[in-house]
Design a binder for this molecule. Sequence first.
Ligand code: ADP
Ligand code: MG
Length: 775
Amino acid sequence: MRGLSLLGAEDRRMDVLAWLRGLGLEQYAPAFRDNDIDDAVLRRLTAEDLRELGVASVGHRRRLLDAIGALDEADTAAAGTADVPVPASTVVTGAERRQLTVMFCDLVGSTALSRQTDPEDLNALISAYHRVVAEQVGRFGGYVAKYMGDGVLSYFGYPQAHEDDAALAIQAGLAILDAVPGFAAAAATAAIAQQPQVRIGVATGLVVVGELIGEGTAQERNVVGETPNLAARLQSLADPGTLVIAETTHRLAGGLFEYRDFGAVSLTGFAEPVPVWQVLRPSAVESRFEALRAGALTPLVGREEELELLLRRWQRANAGEGQVVLLSGEPGIGKSRLSAALRERLEGEPHARLRYFCSPHHQDSALHPFIAQLERAAGFAQDDTPEQKLGKLAALIAPGARDHDEVTLIADLLSLLPSGAAELDLTPQRKREKLLAALLHQLEALARQQPVLMMVEDLHWIDPSSRELLDLTIERAASLPVLLILTFRPEFQAPWSGLPQVAALTLNRLDRRNGTAIVERIAGNCKLPDALPAEIVERADGVPLFVEELTRAVIEAGPGGEALAGAMPLPSSGVPPALQASLVARLDRLGPAAREAAQIGAVLGREFPYGLIACVAQPRAEADLQAALVALTGAGLLFCRGAAPRSSYLFKHALIQDAAYETLLRARRQELHRTAAQAIAAEFPTLAEAQPEVIARHWERGGRCRARVRDMAKGRRGRALAQCFYRGAGGLPARARHASPDAALAGARRNGIGAADCHKPDDRRNQRVPLARSD
Ligand SMILES: Nc1ncnc2c1ncn2[C@@H]1O[C@H](COP(=O)(O)OP(=O)(O)O)[C@@H](O)[C@H]1O
Ligand SMILES: [Mg+2]
């Protein structure tokens, strides 16, 4: 089609029969000829017309309408109008918009090295360095995108996003710096005099990532955007042996690390000075929850009944009747916050507190939460020698240990014994049993002195050994003054719910009043427009984490109430950076097919019927689409009503819909919106009549509304459509609002208001589509 743009307008008329042949639909040629369908008429054909022409097959009508749409596109491109979408041929398959954390890692002084060193030795050194980087990047969930001589470019957040990609990239960077002595040894064997050093830059931001555009078959994942540049610049700024990060990365990683603030630094290629931090080390905070919420927590809102239940269970535990509470709920719903509230309430009471944190990156690392807790409780310092650590550990655990073997086993668990626990001469099985018993004895000893509040967070990430120890703990705690609180997301099946000492508590979304209270507390003195808190709570679906982040995003976007009130209520690119990774991670986990189905669904609306997504997703096989929808439903991202093909779907969270939508390239979004508009017009006539604004919105977002509305205004449906565009134009005089649709459209145009101007900016979420195909 692109070749057409080289022709003059006259020459653009084409042979309709040849066009049909090109589509493999020449059987309709006689009907087209008999009904005088020439080039001009062809471009105006509707689904109804096609039916009248005898095109009975839905698939054929779809193909024809798509091809007609493509003709229009070529015309618009040729005419050079403003609302031209990117031609389909430049759309990169598989490419996506992403929030990506980019790490740039460089071997310092390699040019000098290359002059002084035999190439073979240098090669050995660089290989060792590459191995270290690849290993650490892989260990923290990153992806090595490119080796550029002695530079290594890595991504965190693609192809698989993780909740905490920014923090993972930093951890990987620190681990690489730690590993330098390892390949320094390789350098020494290669007789390289100079001690090799590494410097690292990390930045986070929005990029387009995917396969390379254009010719050739080199399928390299390429990234376009400012972020890789920034990471590279930061790297060149870093002193040898250090890691520096950009503002966005710093914000996302919050209190998880300690930093040195460099202030704003001028960088080549960046107009404004850029704030830069050096990462010094992981911080000593006890939990992620606290680390990411530096400063005072906002006061607890609601949850009175839940807190009451926890306090009652605490009373019973206090009396020696050990209790377990299974506290479950989706991410961000407030499990950690409620646990914190209980700790606050018990502040004045004598008791011991034990806290354990499961982590997504330690699911294969046996007893990790218990090891980390012991290290914190013993007070290990960064530069303690193994002997010092052993001394601290012994002081902590010896009083509760039944014999010295138990101390040895626990010290071995913390890797503090050079020869392991070999002296005990136990089979691996026996050693394991004794170790678990030793850990249990520690709890018993503590509970003999005072009641114990024991919290294990995020069991959905627990490793099998910790799980076994937890089984034993629950059994044993029944007769100890212990309240054990276990938090997890709904995907974790807790096996203990039938036991008498176990209570299950599921946290639901906050109601509007409580949600609004969170907005107000975060907003503080910043006055928000009246309608905004309710809108935030609705968009956040009552999930406190979403409420907080959306409110922060709004406050950061505008200087104050006045500016906000006049502006669009919520930023339209609405997913706050802090939520991007965790939402996209939920989609990524299900694989590309499910992600793509979510993206198409996101274009259709918060709610969409199966019939419509099946139409828009063509030519994908329906079986694949159904499997993808089942996966999305199973993962709790979509609610499903009915069974395919009569089913309908609802995004569980508006923000999941937004996150999926925002990963689409603009060109692909437009294409999907246009396909949706055509599909609704062709296959859902009842909807098209009843809610022309839905089609209008798709055309508008498809980037071609003006020409399309002009065309459509000629038909009955088109007049309704024009009227609806017109209704959206708040700036017109009242008398004009009652004019005829054609006059309305003309009036709107006279006033210089194109369809794009006439519409409420972001109503995607509110689209409601009937639940079954209407014909
Ligand atoms: N009832 C509440 N009142 C005030 N803030 C809350 C409440 N519940 C959750 N939050 C806040 O929402 C965010 C997410 O809560 P969190 O406890 O971390 O969720 P979860 O542990 O379930 O993933 C936190 O910043 C928390 O302080
Ligand atoms: Mg939590």
